[in-house]
Design a protein around this ligand. Structure first.
Ligand code: GTP
Ligand code: MG
Length: 321
């Protein structure tokens, strides 16, 4: 068993401390599962990372980065919020997308609360209305975060707010910037107001329930996505082929395969003279090292073509469970 030694005490604990300490002394703790829903690239994963103050879920400019329901656990003196990041809800009937939609819908049905993240820079179209439709079918309380406040014009923020109020007149709305961490404390206050009272479901040191191999594969996928454009980010998946822990040497050796859909895409990942893969390795290594402080880490990356994997049910079932 590999020991992971990451500190998880949140700095947010220090904010508004006397009031929350008082509540925790009285044992009035809140605990809620919160499903985070929104269009691709609205900033859901960035928000989970900002709330939990660590990398829980990978992020990228490319839409449809998140492919699984990914839990981030936030604990402070008020209680615990189990935040489930979901794949961005996208209207498209390709096999893989249908599976992603299913993941998003099923987390919604299991959640105590819904946090709807809307991008203030994008006009609400058919896709936004489809999300609103799904949310309205749920009985769970809804909190809305209008995101990317930092880059939106006043007019854009106002029209997004009007649009939201027309659909959810009684739900709390917060203007936030997930990447700059503005408005996020206010958002947490709204979430806690609606969260039910109850015992904590996870220990206060826990911050995610993702298996270690999955986290490592996701870090590598994020770094591989950064350097490529168009269809390639969607054509990538990462497998951890082997992972060995040498106790005497206090080292961990990881071999991972970056898989693409066609032979012709391999060269794009590898890059000229291996520059691309070198960058992916260096960036991944830096983050993986943080998971294993004090340990010697070796990372070996391969690039492989897995022909038309997005059409293969067995691979989709394995990756998108
Ligand atoms: N300027 C700005 N950019 C943001 C903000 N939040 C997220 N972004 C950027 O928006 C892009 C998408 O962010 P993600 O967090 O990956 O979005 P997502 O909703 O999880 O996307 P999917 O996983 O594809 O559904 C990234 O490039 C983020 O850096 C924000 O508050 N301000
Ligand atoms: Mg995401």
């Amino acid at each position: 068993m590999i020991e992971v030694n990451e500190k998880s005490i949140s700095l947010r604990n220090s904010k508004c401390l006397p009031f929350y300490l008082f509540k925790s002394i009285l044992f009035i703790m809140k605990c809620a599962t919160v499903s985070i829903i929104g269009r691709p690239s609205s900033g859901k994963s960035t928000l989970v990372n900002t709330i939990c103050e660590r990398k829980i879920s990978i992020t990228a400019k490319t839409p449809q980065t998140t492919r699984n329901a990914i839990r981030g656990i936030f604990t402070d003196a008020r209680g615990q919020l189990i935040l489930t990041d979901t794949p961005g809800y996208h209207l498209n009937d390709q096999k893989m997308n249908l599976k992603l939609q299913e993941t998003t819908r099923s987390t919604l049905s299991e959640a105590d609360m819904i946090l709807y993240v809307i991008d203030s820079k994008r006009e609400g179209g058919v896709e936004e209305l489809a999300i609103i439709d799904i949310i309205k079918k749920s009985r769970a309380p809804i909190v809305i975060a209008i995101n990317k406040q930092d880059i939106a014009k006043e007019k854009e923020l106002e029209s997004t707010k009007e649009f939201i109020i027309s659909h959810f007149p009684t739900s709390p709305i917060c203007l936030i910037s997930a990447s700059l961490d503005t408005g996020v404390d206010e958002l947490l206050i709204e979430l806690y107001k609606l969260a039910p009272e109850g015992p904590l479901l996870y220990g206060d040191e826990e911050f995610t329930d993702q298996p270690l191999e999955f986290r490592i594969a996701e870090i590598i996928r994020e770094k591989a996505i950064i350097g490529v454009t168009e269809e390639i980010p969607h054509a990538i998946f990462v497998d951890i082929v082997d992972m060995e822990h040498n106790v005497e040497e206090n080292s961990i050796w990881i071999r991972a395969s970056i898989n693409v859909e066609k032979e012709s895409q391999k060269g794009i990942i590898v890059g000229r003279g291996g520059e691309g893969i070198k960058k992916i390795r260096q960036a991944s290594f830096k983050e993986i090292k943080r998971i294993f402080p004090g340990m010697k880490v070796q990372l070996d990356l391969r690039v492989k073509a897995v022909n038309k994997w997005r059409k293969k049910q067995s691979i989709l079932d394995r990756l998108l469970n």
